[in-house]
Write a protein that binds this ligand. Structure first.
Ligand SMILES: Cc1cc2nc3c(=O)[nH]c(=O)nc-3n(C[C@H](O)[C@H](O)[C@H](O)COP(=O)(O)OP(=O)(O)OC[C@H]3O[C@@H](n4cnc5c(N)ncnc54)[C@H](O)[C@@H]3O)c2cc1C
Length: 507
């Protein structure tokens, strides 16, 4: 093994990469994080709904191709902290049942190679890292937890407290959404919701915070504006180097160990782009699974309103309902999760629908806004491929009947709760917010890309620690599960690899 300045190089500083870095930092080993984006700096547009939702100010100019080879701008963000800089900070554990096969109307999930109890301590560690606010015992589907949440739940605003009571009156079990938010800090930056908004005020606990936890250790380095173009594997399978383009031009960086965490679409694309004579189908791809099984949740916004009642809430995202998560559909089939969206305002509604501005303002002043989420099932034909320089994303939605049934159920609940007008709109297919599954973990190297510790079956010094490894999408937001898996892999690397391999010699 040649000399290197680094003991491990992590590709990407999003939820998976940053969390891994925070776990490896105390080891004293030299960790290099490569991030293609820059730090997001405060700007006048941070709370400007038009800039965020209509003109796409924060979007990259990279274009992907859809299944018809039509170019589109994906809602995928490149910066220190990755997509978590824009996230809703709902940090929810998968339910214990999600780790076993589940029968849906649209098919059966494969289950995970590890059970919930294996991940429980790492979920707790992730909740501590992201200072999650929540309360246990409210939600009938809550998985067992060894200890309570690190911080109390974000309180309901008066309108949402009343809504909670109205849902309880129907025998439902509304529960507080576990959130990684410093509410006072967020509201000090502006009286807005946080979903989809960039965080430049420290109001969200996001992956940039984990980057900073790691950077407090002198052995950790972050290089921004540095994009990995190619991963170089020796014919025997060992990963030797990365070809990167950054502020210093093109470079080749070596290390004994690598972790890929560029996000589920970009990580798959990078492995496919790194095809070589010895690995003609791309790296980590002897199974031919790289880029397959792309999942992204089936989601709809559901708006409920009463013409004579206003909703004055600013940060309404404090309750969720999981009563239909495991049952509720035909024959007791699972339907999914319901949670509040960040408050939809007139400008947001006008930017994301065909409503004229005046109508959008009228609706948004009254609407209670919900997010209905159902499981998308893995399908090998739902996949990321590359066409020349472009990423091609052919998302084949699955289990759509389940989603329609969830939306119908929610609408009837809301009508009973006193809202005569309830409308829904499916989320845009071009926003892969909950992308996952493209490098799935499993025990069998013929049907999966990484092992249960997230190590490539084909390249023993390559780990994957982002949303790619999730074998199922469940029907809850993915970030906490990505973080828990990264912490588990971090511990594995510290205990197995760092304990047995000497520190890299300084060049
Ligand atoms: C609007 C929005 C709202 C969301 N809300 C929630 C929520 O409430 N709860 C939740 O759990 N999840 C939410 N999510 C999803 C969550 O943000 C993602 O699941 C999570 O960030 C994925 O983590 P990751 O590590 O897989 O990828 P990312 O966080 O996307 O990180 C990948 C990183 O790699 C970098 N990168 C990519 N390619 C390269 C390259 N070639 N070289 C170097 N660097 C590279 C990227 O710039 C990025 O920083 C939301 C997402 C969006 C977009």
């Amino acid at each position: 093994m040649g000399m290197s300045d680094w003991d491990i190089i992590i590709i990407g500083s999003g939820m998976g990469g940053a969390t891994l870095a925070s776990s490896l930092a105390p080891s004293g080993r030299r960790v290099l994080i490569l991030e293609r984006g820059e730090r997001l700096l405060p700007s006048a547009r941070d709370r400007d709904a038009d800039a965020i939702f209509r003109t796409g100010h924060f979007r990259s100019d990279e274009m992907w191709l859809d299944a018809n080879d039509e170019p589109f701008s994906a809602g995928n963000y490149y910066m220190v902290g990755g997509n978590s800089k824009f996230y809703g900070a709902a940090l929810i554990r998968y339910r214990a049942e999600d780790f076993s096969p589940i029968h849906h109307q649209g098919g059966t999930t494969p289950g995970w190679p590890i059970g919930y109890s294996v991940l429980e301590p790492f979920y707790a560690e992730a909740e501590a890292l992201y200072q999650v606010r929540g309360v246990s015992g409210e939600d009938p589907t809550d998985p067992p937890r060894a200890a309570d949440y690190p911080n109390p739940a974000v309180p309901d605003e008066p309108e949402i407290a009343r809504l909670r009571l109205a849902l309880k009156a129907q025998g439902l079990n509304p529960a507080s959404v576990p959130l990684g938010v410093d509410l006072e800090q967020w509201l000090a930056g502006g009286s807005t919701a946080w979903d989809g908004h960039p965080d430049t005020c420290g109001g969200k606990m996001d992956a940039e915070d984990a980057v900073d936890v790691a950077l407090a250790f002198p052995n950790v380095t972050l290089r921004t504006g540095t994009r990995v173009d190619r991963i170089i594997a020796r014919p025997d399978g060992e990963i030797a180097a990365l070809d990167v383009t950054g502020p210093n031009g093109s470079e080749r960086l070596t290390a004994p160990l690598f972790a890929l965490a560029a996000g589920a679409v970009q990580s798959a694309a990078l492995l496919l782009r790194s095809a070589s004579e010895a690995f003609p189908k791309g790296l980590a791809n002897l199974s031919d699974q790289v880029g397959r099984n792309f999942m992204n949740h089936n989601c709809s916004a559901v708006l409920a309103l009463h013409p004579f009642r206003r909703n004055q809430a600013v940060y309404q995202k404090t309750i969720m309902v999981n009563d239909f998560y495991l049952t509720g559909g035909p024959g007791g089939a699972p339907l999914g999760n319901v949670q509040m969206l960040g408050k939809i305002t007139g400008p947001i509604l006008a930017a994301t629908s065909s409503l004229p501005r005046a109508m959008a303002n009228w609706v948004a002043a009254r609407s209670f806004d919900f997010y209905a989420m159902s499981e998308d099932l893995p399908n090998p034909e739902s996949r990321v491929t590359i066409r020349g320089d472009h990423i091609r994303l052919d998302w084949k939605r699955s289990n759509w009947q389940t989603h329609l049934a969830l939306v119908a159920k929610l609408k009837s609940v809301l009508r009973r709760a006193g809202f005569p007008i309830v409308v829904s709109q499916a989320f845009d297919r071009r926003t892969p917010s909950h992308q996952c599954g493209t490098l799935r973990m499993g025990n069998d190297p013929m049907t999966s890309v990484t092992d249960p510790f997230c190590r490539s079956h084909d390249h023993r010094n390559l780990f994957v620690t982002d949303a790619s490894v999730l074998p199922t999408s469940a029907a809850v937001n993915p970030a906490l599960t990505i973080a828990a898996l990264a912490l588990r892999t971090g511990r594995h690397i510290r205990e197995s690899h760092f304990a047995t391999v000497p520190e890299a010699a300084t060049a």
